[in-house]
Ligand binder design. Structure first.
Ligand code: PLP
Length: 375
């Protein structure tokens, strides 16, 4: 069986985890956490990066920092992972879902402004498949209506929009290091703080509402409870694993892109015959090959193709039942505007195996099997 995903391993993870154990500090903010933060701050040109136990936690932190509460509306695409919405739902906010663009599966920036009301507090663009949303248009709506922008860049680590790293363009960016993502620590994430006015409060919220970070830096002589908070630190053991991956980020990125390009080339003839649709990457976006998908005619054809692949020992996957049509989505949110593409396009999409270490022969075999399905 060709698996759908395998978490990346670069070789140094074990040695770094051993080192973390020998450092005698396994909790958060240890030496490997500092190394990861510094690496990301420099590489992505971000004033402050905080490691979190997941992207979900990074989104929750952003919602808490912005004091999102009951009565507030937060706009996001319906075609996304549940965490994008949950982070705001647990603060009592109402979720407003908007339609996506069919070419990138990202929030449709042209319908965004129509969804804004007096109650809107924030916009959460999701960079699907590591391909950037149209950030200039989104930021211009946000600036006009004085809204915060939180980028769900869970899938967008190492991608750029007009040369800027995803996650560094809005007020906040949220990364995921879950083992289904391009770089992993098992479970893990990061909050990118792009405006330093949030930095001090972020340090307090993640330290259970205490000023412990200031105490450790010697800025106060004892630490105490000063604000609301929770525990949003990643263990240094996980950071050690992650650092081994970040050091090899370019190698992993290039390997993934080689797989993506090979799929694209091998399947382009089918797309030219109008049998499938392939992903499209806008000119201003540099992507990270987070996923490769094809779009079939409709949901029936997708099910048949998935079965065909399975018969040929190839795993594939679809995802995201649009949130507005789910049980919780109906309870906590509403779709605003017309669902022109969200439902229809989500039913056509099928993801093919793509991971670091996927063999060229397996990419070829997968593409060949897709071609044989269409005769
Ligand atoms: C994976 C993912 C998340 C959640 O990431 P975790 O690190 O597992 O919490 C959130 N949003 C999107 C778009 C994702 O793909």
């Amino acid at each position: 069986m060709i698996p759908f995903n395998q978490p990346p391993v670069t070789g140094k993870e074990q040695a770094y985890m051993q080192e973390a154990m020998e450092n005698g500090k396994l909790s958060g903010d240890g030496l490997f956490t500092k190394a990861c933060r510094q690496w990301m701050e420099e590489r992505f040109d971000c004033p402050s990066v905080l490691l979190t136990p997941s992207c979900t936690h990074a989104l929750e932190m952003a919602a808490m920092l912005l004091d999102i509460g009951p009565g507030d509306e937060v706009i996001m695409p319906s075609y996304t992972f549940v965490s994008t919405a949950n982070a705001f739902v647990i603060r009592g906010a109402d979720i407003v879902f908007v339609d996506i663009r069919p070419d990138t599966m990202n929030m449709d920036e042209t319908v965004l402004e129509d969804a804004v009301t007096e109650r809107t507090k924030a916009i959460v663009p999701v960079h699907y498949a590591g391909v950037a949303c149209e950030m200039d248009a989104i930021l211009s709506v946000a600036n006009k209506h004085n809204l915060c922008v939180i980028e769900d860049a869970a899938q967008g680590v190492m991608s750029t929009y007009k040369g800027r790293a995803l996650g560094t363009i809005g007020d906040f960016g949220c990364f995921s290091f879950h083992d289904t993502k391009n770089y992993t620590s098992g479970e893990g994430g990061a909050l990118l703080i792009n405006n330093t006015i949030w930095k001090e409060r972020a340090e307090i919220l993640r330290e259970k509402g205490t000023n412990r970070s200031q105490y450790i830096r010697g800025q106060v002589d004892k630490y105490t409870w000063v604000d609301v908070g929770s525990s949003y630190l990643l263990s240094d053991l996980n950071a050690a694993f992650l650092y081994a991956q970040l050091e090899q980020a370019d190698t992993i990125n290039l390997a993934r892109k080689a797989v993506w390009d090979m799929y694209y080339q091998e399947l382009a003839p089918l797309a030219e015959q109008g049998k499938i649709t392939l992903p499209s990457i806008p000119d201003e976006c540099e992507h990270n090959a987070h996923m490769f998908y094809v779009k079939t005619k409709d949901i029936e054809e997708r099910t048949a193709l998935m079965d065909w692949l399975k018969q040929h020992q190839i795993a594939s996957a679809f995802h995201y039942i649009p949130l507005h049509s789910s049980k919780a989505g109906k309870r906590f949110g509403q779709f605003r505007g017309q669902d022109r593409y969200t439902t229809k396009e989500s039913e056509r999409l099928l993801r093919l195996p793509l991971f670091y270490g996927l063999k060229e022969g397996d990419v070829h075999a997968t593409a060949e099997t897709v071609r044989s399905f269409y005769g």
